[in-house]
Each structure stands twice: as C-alpha cells, then as structure tokens.
Design a protein. Structure first.
Length: 320
C-alpha cells in the first residue's frame, strides 16, 4: 500500500496466528470499496477477505468446494464490481462466482458440456461489466464470453481460424470499454483486439518490427483509459504502449519502456492518480510516470515495494 501524503509503501503480509492479518500470501486479486475497505483474493484455498487498512481483516470467506454457496477452492484471478453492487470473481479452475450485495452466499457459474449457453470455460482471467450492464468474461482457453443484462445464457466469442473477423487466438487477460463504447481485448499472448459491437467485428493489432509505431510486444496484460481519454496498454516485456492522439481510427503507438526509465518492461497494472500521474506496477517495483513531463520515478524494494513484483491486474485505489 502507498500513502501519497508520505510517499511511504507498506507491505501487507500474513502473520501465523494473527487473524487480523492476511490469511495467506500473496494477494492475487483486489478491489476498493466506497467505505475505505478492500476486497482481497488469495491463492487456492485461501478464499477472499475484506480488509480495513486501520483494523486488518474484518470479514473472511473460506473456500469450500463441497458447499454450493461457498467460494470454490481455486485461485482467485480477479475481483470486479457490477452496477448493482454484486462482486464478480474470476477463478482459475472454479469458473465465475457472484456475491450479491449484502449476502454471504455465492452463486457459481460453471462450464457445462451439455449446455451450450453455459460458461465456455472454468479457467478465467478477467470479468467486467460495461456501461450497458453487459458482463464480459475472459478465459484462458475459450475466448471471451458475453452475458447481456437480464439474459440467462452466455454468448461465446471464440477464435475461428477461417474467420479473420473473429477474436484473436490467446488467453483474454483484460477488457476495457473505451469512451466510444468499443471494447479493447488484451490477449496474453496474441496481441491486441478491438471489438465493434455494431458490426460484430474484431480488429487485430500485432507487433511489427518494421514499424516503430506498432505494438512493442505481443503479450498484452492490462489497460487504462485516463481522465483525458488517452488509452495506455501494458505488455509483458515491452513496457507500456500509448495510443497516439489522433490515431484512434488507425491505431499508432508510442512505447514507454525500461529504455525510457521504467523499472521493468513486464507490466502488471496502470492506475492514474488525482494529479494525472500514472502508477505502473512491474516485476521490479513500481514506476510513477508523468505524461506531461515524461518524468519517471521508480520505487523498488528499498522503498517498501514487493521484492517479487506484482500480479497482473491486481490494484485498488482508495479515496484520500
């Protein structure tokens, strides 16, 4: 955790025998709550907990595969919030789980080979609700699933080698809805896709060594659309790609990487603060990047950041 008033980093860790500390290390999913607490997800069997920065763990849900309304015993990949306040939890091997607001009972969504409208895969990486209330679910091995608001079954977007307008091949690591309503899909690996819901067509963007304004890396991890509307793309080995202003119709990118001063080129998350600086988690600490001045400040383990780096798309931003 970083306190912008002091510039100090504090690590949250599990302490055996202390129920107020994390149930286990590391944190693999995080979501900020309006009340100043955090939802945190843990590795297989660790379940999920609500954490108060002042008082520690205040609520915990233990995983139990044999209890239908409990979390499955699976690695939590990501936690998202829906428009109605529900939590959507993506897991590796346990499918999708929903926790309705005010409830302690979970609802599981699993792949059923006998039901073509069920979830396409139980191995998930990401979920998000868009501005229309449609849920998008990214999987490791079955593309992108779509569940419209009020619908009972999932629509599947899967790669078709004979159809160039289908989604690209690769695990779906992250999904961003931009201000124009288009969806950007991070493939890990597989490049960057953009989905036009009107036409149903996926555009594909890949690195091209002959083109310095193409993507810098084929493995896309995360996105941010900042307060000014600019889109930033995190990669696993090529730093950050910034969509150049004026190139939305025909995307062109500039690269900010370790060559420009980032702590590392493997990017986990990108977050914007209230001063419009970007905070970038990497495998070698955290970088703060000022887009206006292009100035970079790196924070490594000696400043309190994690020595092993950060999981992809694990971030949470609390109000001051």
């Amino acid at each position: 955790m970083h306190d912008p008033r002091t510039e100090a980093f504090v690590s949250l860790r599990s302490v055996p025998g202390d129920p107020h500390t994390l149930p286990r290390n590391p944190v693999v999913g995080a979501l900020a709550n309006p009340d100043g607490t955090l939802w945190l997800g843990f590795p297989s069997g660790g379940g999920m907990a609500r954490f108060d920065p002042q008082h520690g763990i205040v609520e915990r849900f233990v995983a139990d595969e044999n209890k239908a309304d409990a979390l499955p015993v699976a690695l939590i990949e990501q936690i998202a919030r829906g428009h109605d306040g529900s939590l959507w939890i993506s897991t590796a091997g346990g499918g999708l789980v929903r926790l309705p607001p005010g409830s302690s009972k979970f609802v599981r969504y699993r792949h059923d080979p006998n039901d073509p409208t069920s979830l396409a895969s139980d191995d998930l990486l990401y979920a998000m609700e868009d501005s229309k209330g449609t849920l998008w679910v990214g999987s490791v091995d079955a593309g992108l699933d779509e569940l419209c608001e009020g619908c009972k079954g999932f629509r599947h977007h899967q790669h078709e080698s004979a159809n160039p307008d289908s989604i690209g091949f690769g695990p779906v690591a992250c999904v961003l809805e931009d201000r124009n309503g288009a969806l950007w899909i991070a493939l890990r690996p597989g490049g960057l896709d953009r989905y036009d819901r009107g036409s149903g067509r996926f555009e594909h963007f890949r690195p091209d060594q002959r083109d310095p304004q193409s993507l810098s890396n084929d493995t896309i991890t995360t996105f941010l659309q900042d307060s000014g509307g600019d889109i930033w793309v995190g990669t696993q080995g090529g730093g950050i790609n910034h969509l150049l202003p004026g190139s939305y119709a025909n995307p062109r990118f500039e690269t900010i990487s370790s060559a420009e001063g980032l702590a590392a080129d493997a990017i986990g998350s990108i977050v914007e603060d209230d001063r419009h600086a970007l905070w970038i988690s990497t495998t070698a600490g955290i970088s703060r990047y000022d887009p206006a001045s292009r100035h970079i400040v790196n924070f490594g383990p000696t400043a309190g950041t994690l020595t092993q780096g950060y999981y992809i798309n694990v971030n949470a931003q609390l109000a001051d």
